[in-house]
Design a protein around this ligand. Structure first.
Ligand SMILES: C[S@@+](CC[C@H](N)C(=O)[O-])C[C@H]1O[C@@H](n2cnc3c(N)ncnc32)[C@H](O)[C@@H]1O
Length: 272
């Protein structure tokens, strides 16, 4: 059993922390994304998004585009589309093929109905005013357009939450230490449909369940370390906790041959 993820509101939405540290470059985001290479089944997320956009013509904006995973794929698969990447972090945008611009999801620099589709992939939980950002998505997308958002379930990777509490507990001399930060808890897969349906007439949820199986602690350690931007908000020495977590995973692998993490993410496909 793990505790319900804690809502660390200010820490997760602090724009200077997001652009100056967490997403200053794509390094930590890539470390988190790369854990999915051990997931079964494997989902081709950019491919699933391209499939949902098959009827779309014209302009697609990727808001909070990060290191450009979706833009790169759409540029390749859909050369007919005009693509625009927006993000609060100038640093991470340097890795993304243009056109791109620094912009906040709460105040999009786009005219009403200007785009035919918008993506908000694993990013709405970073926005302070989530309903306001959802209204912005509705404002900039033309009638008949599509918005695709994505996020994780409250149950996603609960083994890592448990691992963190065991490791931090060992460091602090407690049975279980404080819980780790959860990014997606502010806009979980469970809550997202009702938030989106305030603006969009149709919201279809595509759940993407899977299991990550590792036989080496390194990818788990790298994933945990990718939260280093929030290191001083964990109420426990960050590096030591991660080192201890790596030892616990090693012991499990020695005993059981592997370490498993149950994942549940999803796409929310919205039409106006
Ligand atoms: C978890 S990453 C997701 C990146 C990409 N969408 C993906 O799914 O691979 C979140 C991204 O959203 C950006 N972001 C956070 N808050 C934002 C905001 N208010 N407006 C625009 N982008 C934001 C971050 O800088 C980061 O690049």
């Amino acid at each position: 059993m793990t505790d319900t993820p804690v809502r660390h509101n200010a820490d997760v939405t602090d724009r200077s922390l997001l652009s100056g540290s967490a997403y200053k470059s794509g390094r930590d985001l890539s470390a988190r994304q790369s854990l999915y290479q051990w997931q079964s089944p494997r989902y081709d997320l950019p491919g699933l998004v391209a499939e949902q956009l098959r009827e779309i013509r014209g302009t697609v904006v990727d808001i909070g585009c990060g290191n450009g995973k979706f833009i790169r794929r759409l540029r390749n698969d859909r050369p007919d589309l005009q693509l625009l990447g927006l993000d609060v972090s100038a640093g991470i945008l340097a890795e993304v093929p243009g056109p791109v611009a620094v912009a906040d999801a709460s105040q999009l620099p786009l005219h009403d109905g200007r785009v035919n589709a918008a993506l908000a992939m694993h990013m709405l939980y970073h926005v302070e005013d989530i309903p306001g950002a959802v209204s912005e998505l509705g404002r900039v997308v033309a009638d008949g357009g599509t918005v695709i958002a994505s996020t994780n379930s409250d149950r996603d990777k609960s083994e890592l939450d448990d691992l963190w509490q065991r490791a931090s507990g060992d460091i602090l001399g407690l049975d279980r230490g404080p819980s780790r930060i959860s990014l997606s808890a502010r806009f979980s897969l469970e809550e997202a449909p009702s938030v989106l349906s305030h603006v969009f007439g149709t919201v279809n949820v595509i759940e993407l369940p899977g299991t990550i199986t590792v036989t080496d602690p390194a990818p788990v350690v790298a994933h945990m370390a990718s939260y280093r931007a929030w290191a001083n908000q964990h109420a426990v020495p960050f590096e030591e906790t991660i080192q201890r977590a790596g030892e616990i995973v090693s012991q499990r692998i020695e005993k059981q041959g592997q370490f498993e993490i149950a994942c549940l993410g999803g796409l929310l496909v919205c039409r106006r």
